[in-house]
Structure formats: C-alpha cells, structure tokens
Ligand binder design. Structure first.
Ligand code: NA7
Length: 532
C-alpha cells in the first residue's frame, strides 16, 4: 500500500457526471482533483453498453451538455437518437476539448473509501493499491452500468454456447450470423437489441416476462432545417428544458385528455405518434401522467398500435401490456414490434411458462426446450444501490450504506446521505431522473457552488441532517404515489432484483421545481445540511 497522496477531491467515474465534475472543480475552482475510472476510457454507460442496437433514447439535441455554447454549436448529431458509438465519440470529444484525460486514472477501480471525522477527509483506495486522501468524495458512478444483473438460472454453467449480458458486450462484437440466438428480457436494452439481432441471426427466440409499450424513435426524421433551428435557439431550448417537468424542451399541451372528445384525443395521439420518440410520453395531455382514466386513453392507443403492427394473433396478444403506460420507464424503439413479423423470430412467454433451467443446448421453460447457440441476457441492473454497494464505503464511525439503506436507499435531495459527510452523489437516490445530462449538470453545478461557498467560509464538513433526509424521502414517496409508477414493478422501485428492498429510487416530481428547491436550499444557507 502506498503512502496516501492528498488532493482536494476524488471523483469516481468518467461518464457524463465525472467529466463535467472534473471540469468544474479543476478548471473553475482550481482544485486538485483525481478521477478514477474502472474502464479504459471515458463515457460511462456509453463506453460499456455496446450491444447491437444500443442507442440514446432521449433526443440527442438535448441529451448533451449545455454548459458551453461553443460546444453546442460545434457538435453535430446524425439524427434524433444516435447510436452508442456516436455518443461515446461525443464524450471523447468533450474529454479532449477540455483536456480532461490528464486528471483521470483509467482502468482503476475504487475499491474502498473510508471517512475520518476528526480530519473531515476521505481515504480512497484503488484496486491498484494506491490510497488518496481527499476532503471531498464525489460519485459519478451511474445508476446501472457497474451492477449488471444476470438471473441465477440453474444450469447456466453447463451451456455449451456463448452467453453475454447486454451491458458487457465484447468490444470486438459477436458474430451472430447463422446462429440461433435467445434474448432474455424486453426492457430498453432488449427492445433496442432485438430488431438488430433478428437481422443478423439465423433464428431469434425472445423470452419475455412482461410485455412493454414502446414508441417509434423516428431517428431519421430530423433534417438540416431542424438542426439550423436548434442551433439558433439553443439558449432558449435549454432554458425551457431547465424549467420543464422532465428536463426536455416541451410540456404537455395544458389540456386534460378527459375534457376533449375521443376524436380530438385520437388526433393528438396520432400527431405525437407520427413525430415519435420520448415526446409522445410527455408532450400530449397533462393528466395522462397522474390520472388512471386519462392514462387509459393513451395506453389503449398504444395497445392498438401493437395490435395493428403484429400480424400473428397469438404473438400479438402476448405483446400487449395490461398495466398503464408510464408505469415503467418509457421505451423508444426502431422496428421492435415489426420484428415479430419476421419468419425467423419467435416470442416465448416466460410468465405463462417460466424458465426452469439452462441446458447445454439452450433454455428450457416449463413448456419445453429452445435450442440456442448464443444467449443474450438483457436482464437489466441492480440499479442505484448496486454501484454504491460495489465499493466498501464507510462513513462516520464505520457506518455502511448496506446497513443504512437496508430498507431502500435514502438521500437528501439525491445529493447527500446521513453519516457520510463530504460525500456528494451526482444523481444519487431521490434525485430526478428525466433528461439525465441536465440533471447531472444541475447537481454538478450545485456541488461546485457548495464547495466554493464552504471554502470561502472556511468550512470543512457538510452532511445531510437526518430530519431533512427523512422529509425529502417522504416527499419522494408521495410524488411516486401520485404518478403511474405505482402501477407496475420495475427497477424504479427495486423489484427487479429478487430479495432487494422495495423502495422508489428516484424523485418523480417536477424537474423545474426540483431545480428551484436546490437553488432555494443553497440560498437559505444550505438548509437541511449541517455545516461545520
Ligand atoms: P430492465 O429495464 O430492467 O429490463 C430487464 C428485462 O429483463 C425485463 O424485461 C425483465 O422482465 C427481464 N428479466 C429480468 N429477470 C428475468 C428473468 N429471471 N427471467 C426473464 N426475464 C427477466 O433493463 P434494461 O437493461 O433493458 O434497461 C435498463 C435501463 O437502461 C432502462 O430503463 C434505461 O434507463 C436504460 P420484467 O419486465 O421484470 O418482467
């Protein structure tokens, strides 16, 4: 073990969060910052998720940094929803443009971080055996990437073919030509991967537990005029996004679905459907996100689109969800439902006949065996808590997050958690989700201002108070309770992982108002935080 070096701040992760945090602390505050990144490159989620079809499913023109007007002008996206390689290229460009790589240790995983109260510092240990002491520890570890989830299906070790998780797809790709491929899981990753795998493989079997709603991306529908307009109005676009409900530059139309005629509803939904993308979920009637009856009109519209797309009656009915749209994360696709019309694609309902084991030849469900050469687990992640629990984090008096979060993760404003002074979490539990780069910028800017103000005032320690954390967590639960999220299980409430505590991991309230709250808290002398 080396003698610890001392810096002002350690940042974990070099994705959207870590890169911007580094830039602000190092280049704006002049702090000494070390960034540790477990992989060999920048990009975080966009470095790791390389499965066929991996794409952005927020509109790229706002799924990017907004902090530098020149960066906004110089970068050109290929369309609405670029593929992973393009997003990775963007983040690599940002790293080079702001000379960030020189402060990042790549291929270096933080294995432990222990807090020392008398000195109000963190001692961080890496898998290279280095120890670094820092006043501030900031996590930019993402919600998902580190903690891939592969279900424990008996017999997996006997499988004679190859298997992969979508989140750790080999960089050199996988040759699926002529192969019989099985995809387990139909979340965002599965829905993106399935159409591309179907084109490459000889045969594709999709093992679906829960059917999904999905909105066509229509990646190609933006033209040169669109980009000219966007670039002229970027200032206004981000202004609107910052005060919007979900971090996007559009709002609902101000009307209630149940106040208009069925014809008018159909017209509005058809128009949004033709435009495609995530805007469909946020940009029509105001009440579809909180009123079950209003929501039903939108859910029915989407069910009709599935039924009119999928030709085989049996497959079609398996694909129609029975829970409300927006009860799970909205999915955006390119040719997902159409894929089930291909002769080489078969849908297996594993809710009706669960997977029982993996054999040397494939997957056996209660209804029979499916022979496979390759299995793709698009089975998601142990979200939010998984990445934190992968590090031996110890707060005051040796407190651990595993114990503190046994009933579900809790954090004040999604930024700090009790017993862990000077640990800032970029988009930690209880933060908004929405258009993530904007949430990330919001957090990074807030943390930067907070650290700058502490330094001005000669303060060395900041920690969320138990009361503030408790109040915020109650508010998180209330907002979730008002939304559609309560009507289905998913990684949003921890229920995708067997045995995991069921708790809402994000704040589903209004993004603009959340930003306002953060600003008010800071203006009010960091209300809810104890500073010393
Ligand atoms: P998700 O959205 O968590 O989806 C995982 C999928 O895997 C989902 O369809 C699950 O079915 C399915 N799953 C999980 N375990 C099993 C077992 N044991 N058997 C069969 N099927 C299973 O992960 P993604 O990677 O697609 O997306 C995660 C986020 O990444 C996404 O929301 C975006 O923010 C980007 P279930 O629906 O639980 O019945």
């Amino acid at each position: 073990m080396s003698t610890p070096t001392t810096v002002d701040a350690v940042v974990i992760g070099a994705g959207f969060s870590g890169l911007y945090m580094l830039h602000r602390l190092r280049d704006d505050l002049g702090l000494d910052v070390r960034v540790f990144e477990a992989t060999d490159g920048v990009g975080g989620t966009w470095y790791s998720n390389r499965y066929p079809g991996a794409k952005c499913d927020s509109d790229a023109f706002v799924y990017c940094y907004s902090f530098d007007p020149d960066l906004l002008q110089e970068w050109q996206w290929s369309g609405k929803y670029p593929k992973q390689a393009e997003l990775l290229g963007y983040l690599e460009h940002v790293a080079d443009r702001f000379d960030l790589r020189r402060s990042i240790d790549f291929g270096t995983r933080v294995v432990a971080a222990h807090y020392d109260d008398p000195s109000a510092t963190w001692t961080v240990t890496t898998d290279a055996g280095e120890t670094v002491r820092a006043r501030y520890l900031i996590t930019g570890i993402g919600h998902l990437t580190i903690s891939k989830y592969v279900p424990r299906i008996p017999g997996i070790e006997t499988f004679a073919g190859q298997w992969f998780h979508t989140g750790s797809w080999p960089h050199e790709g996988v040759d699926l030509a002529g192969k019989r491929v099985g995809v387990v899981g139909t979340g965002s990753s599965g829905v993106q991967a399935i159409p591309e795998i179907a084109e490459q493989a000889a045969h594709l079997t999709v093992f679906q537990r829960t059917p999904q709603y999905s909105i066509p991306a229509r990646h190609e529908t933006v033209d040169e005029d669109f980009w000219t307009d966007v670039k002229e109005h970027y200032g206004d676009i981000f202004e609107r996004s910052r005060s919007s409900a979900g971090g996007f530059p559009w709002q609902h139309n101000g009307r209630r679905a149940l106040d208009v005629t069925a014809e008018e509803r159909e017209r509005v939904y058809q128009e949004a459907w033709r435009e495609g993308g995530i805007k469909f979920a946020l940009g029509t009637f105001r009440d579809v996100s909180y009123d079950l009856e209003a929501n039903r009109t939108m859910s029915d519209f989407l069910r009709d689109r599935i039924r009119e797309t999928v030709q085989d009656p049996e497959t079609r009915e398996k694909l129609v969800p029975d829970y409300p749209f927006l009860a799970r994360r909205p999915i955006v696709d390119t040719g997902y439902f159409e894929t089930y019309n291909r002769p080489n694609v078969e849908l297996v309902d594993v809710k009706a006949a669960p997977i029982e084991e993996i054999t040397p030849h494939g997957i056996r469900t209660a209804a029979g065996e499916h022979e496979l050469d390759v299995i793709v687990f698009a089975t998601g992640f142990d979200a939010v808590t998984g990445p934190f629990f992968s590090i031996d984090l110890r707060g005051r008096d040796g407190a651990t997050l595993t114990e503190n979060w046994a009933a579900g993760p809790r954090a004040y404003l999604g930024l700090q958690t009790v017993d862990f002074p000077n640990l800032f979490m970029i988009t930690g539990p209880g933060a908004t989700l929405g258009n993530l780069p904007l949430t990330i910028e919001t957090h990074v800017d807030w943390i930067t201002e907070c650290i700058a103000s502490m330094r001005r005032d000669g303060l060395t320690r900041i920690e969320a108070t138990a009361q503030a954390q408790e109040d915020w967590s109650r508010h998180v639960d209330e907002e979730a309770g008002r939304s559609m999220i309560t009507y289905a299980d998913s990684w949003y409430n921890g229920s995708n992982i067997p045995g995991k505590a069921k708790a809402f991991v994000f704040y589903f309230g209004h993004f603009g108002r959340y930003r306002q709250t953060l600003g008010d808290v800071a203006a009010d002398g960091y209300k809810g935080f104890a500073l010393s």
